[in-house]
Design a protein around this ligand. Structure first.
Ligand code: ADP
Length: 590
């Protein structure tokens, strides 16, 4: 198909119009002799016009004429508006009066920068340098001296119009690409919006699930308190062997259920990203002692030696999350006791690195128990994975504990791991960075060796104020206290507790948290301020009892002025041990 290129000739001299038009259109009627000679020279006699586009009949030009600079600018605008633009303009320089050629090119390029230009002149008012200065360096401008060489002019027109067309194609292609990219970007933006919405919905669902689980776990813990406590008391009575066995089964199932509830609560919180890591000053020694107290009870009935060594270079005071470190060590420790029948469990705390005010601490718990096969050692840190499913029946558990430890460690920027050999025990470790505020380290190594103490079996014999609104819980704690020789007074809420301490001196207050009329925190704060004002005789230790066993709750209890915190359901052994701990501390080793 023939191609038409639109060309504009701008010159005030009519004969130039005729010359150019004649040269550019002549090929359609007669072959230019110069061109034929050149053709023969280049391609030989057999050359044919098809292989030389300069003389091809495929290209023809539609030529328009302008005689002034202003007129040419108008015509270019008109052609663009009609959608039939000029590809090439032959522009004279001097066209008095009015706009000269260089000014006209400038005005045209301001709006249509891709039109090819040929400046034609016999002599110029402008040097080439001046033209470049005016129009800038460009590949769309050529210069042609009059009189014109017909072949050069034809060849120039052909190559410039072809160049213009290629540029138009590339512009169209770029526009098409840009349009496609824009469309795809639009689609992507829509997708991102949809994903965001889905993510928000999923996050909301997880949050609802987490709140539901938190509430349910609280609701389940309260009646569990009754079941576990009453069952413990039942086991203290005279039972036949069969009754005892059944009671023990109740206890085991209840313990497992409780563990499961705590694990699921923690796990769902972590899933919902709700579990926050605290950064508070604490003493490693206190955390370890706390863990050892609990582990000692867990090992009750097993002949295990439980010991601990804190290396001398471990800083006294560090900043981190003691509640979560305690939780990990408790999980390691109770697993160690669970999977060890003879030998012992050793806690070890070492300093790995100390730079500026941060140090890396390694906690490890080694046991002499059943050990874990190599291929299972990594697996067990994943959710719901147990090393040996055949032992689940014997040892119980959910397979969630170590997964929680691993995630907690990650939240604290730490790591967990295990070294173990089947039959030769396991060492579970945790390394975490902790802030060393004081840079003051103790000189001597501290060895804490825990052994089952006879003193623990002795009766307590204290006067206790029990603040609790739930009748079942009251009965449960009373039975424990009575059995151990304590006398007690009951207050049904915080208000009654505040009145009771005015009337009588107590050696200990056991304080529930959630109660009608006045809660445990407010009552504790009131009692502490009465003590500070000298209205009461001395300072009475107050121990919180609550089913909301969260770290936040523990923090609030301490803030209110409570000395200890015991989670519900109340475990008899733990309660007695904690009572001894706080009363000894506060009434001078009684
Ligand atoms: P659970 O103890 O509730 O099953 P964990 O995640 O705490 O869940 O432990 C996962 C598994 O890892 C356990 O079931 C047990 O097979 C293995 N395991 C953990 N600690 C020890 C240990 N000290 N000795 C032997 N096996 C262990």
């Amino acid at each position: 198909m023939d191609k038409f290129y639109r060309i504009l000739i701008v010159d005030d001299n009519e004969s130039i119009h005729e010359d150019i038009e004649e040269i550019l259109t002549s090929r359609q009627q007669k072959r230019d002799s110069d061109l034929s000679n050149l053709e023969e020279m280049l391609f030989g006699n057999e050359s044919d016009s098809e292989i030389n586009p300069a003389v091809s009949d495929d290209v023809s030009y539609r030529i328009d004429h302008a005689y002034q600079g202003e007129e040419s600018v108008k015509m270019v605008h008109l052609a663009e508006d009609e959608g039939d633009p000029y590809s090439l303009i032959f522009m004279d320089v001097r066209m008095p009066p009015g706009m000269d050629g260089v000014e006209a090119i400038k005005a045209i390029w301001d709006d249509f920068p891709y039109i090819e230009m040929v400046i034609c002149t016999a002599y110029s008012d402008y040097t080439w340098d001046q033209i470049i200065k005016n129009l800038g360096i460009t590949d769309k401008l050529l210069f042609m001296k009059k009189p014109f060489d017909a072949t050069a002019l034809k060849q120039m027109a052909l190559s410039l119009t072809t160049k213009w067309e290629l540029r138009q194609e590339s512009i169209a292609y770029t526009d098409k690409l840009e349009h496609e990219v824009e469309e795809r970007t639009k689609d992507l933006r829509q997708l991102v919006r949809e994903f965001k919405l889905m993510k928000e919905k999923a996050e909301m669902a997880t949050e609802v699930k987490s709140v539901f689980l938190a509430n349910m776990s609280h609701e389940i813990r309260t009646p569990m308190n009754g079941i576990i406590g009453m069952n413990e008391l039942l086991m203290d009575t005279d039972l036949t062997d069969e009754q005892r066995e059944l009671s023990e089964m109740v206890q085991n199932s209840a313990d497992m259920l409780l563990l499961l509830i705590s694990d699921i609560l923690d796990y769902s919180k972590m899933e919902a990203g709700k579990l926050e890591i605290e950064n508070v000053p604490f003493q490693i020694k206190e955390v370890i002692e706390d863990v050892l107290d609990v582990i000692k009870f867990a090992s009750y009935g097993k002949d295990l030696e439980i010991s601990c060594k804190i290396e001398s270079n471990v800083p006294d005071k560090l900043t981190g999350d003691p509640v979560r470190i305690r939780q990990i060590l408790l999980n390691y420790g109770s697993n160690a006791v669970k999977f060890t029948d003879t030998g012992g469990v050793t806690f070890h705390v070492e300093l790995l690195e100390n730079s500026e005010n941060e140090c890396s601490i390694r906690f490890s718990v080694a046991d002499t128990g059943v050990g874990i096969k190599k291929e299972k050692q990594e697996e067990i840190f994943k959710s719901f994975i147990q090393a040996d499913t055949s032992t689940t029946r014997k040892y119980g558990g959910t397979g969630l504990g170590l997964a929680i430890c691993s995630q907690l460690a990650e939240l604290m920027n730490g790591e967990v791991g295990v070294e173990s050999e089947p039959g030769n025990g396991s060492t579970f470790w945790l390394t975490i960075p902790l802030i060393d505020d004081e840079l003051k380290h103790s000189e001597e190594s501290e060895d804490i060796v825990i052994s089952q103490s006879k003193a623990d079996e002795e009766k307590i014999d204290l006067t206790i104020l029990l603040v609790e609104d739930d009748i079942t819980n009251q009965k449960l704690v009373i039975k424990i206290l009575e059995k151990d020789g304590c006398s007690y007074v009951i207050a049904n809420n915080g208000l009654e507790a505040v009145e009771a301490v005015k009337d009588k001196d107590f050696e200990l207050v056991l304080m529930d948290i959630r109660m009608p009329d006045m809660d445990g925190y407010t009552a504790t704060k009131k009692i502490r301020s009465m003590e500070a004002e000298g209205l009461l005789k001395g300072r009475t230790p107050i121990m919180a009892m609550t089913a909301h066993a969260s770290p936040q709750e523990r923090g609030r209890a301490q803030e209110a002025g409570m000395d200890e915190f015991i989670p519900k359901p109340i475990n008899r052994e733990l309660l007695l041990q904690m009572i001894r701990k706080v009363t000894k501390k506060d009434i001078g080793g009684q």
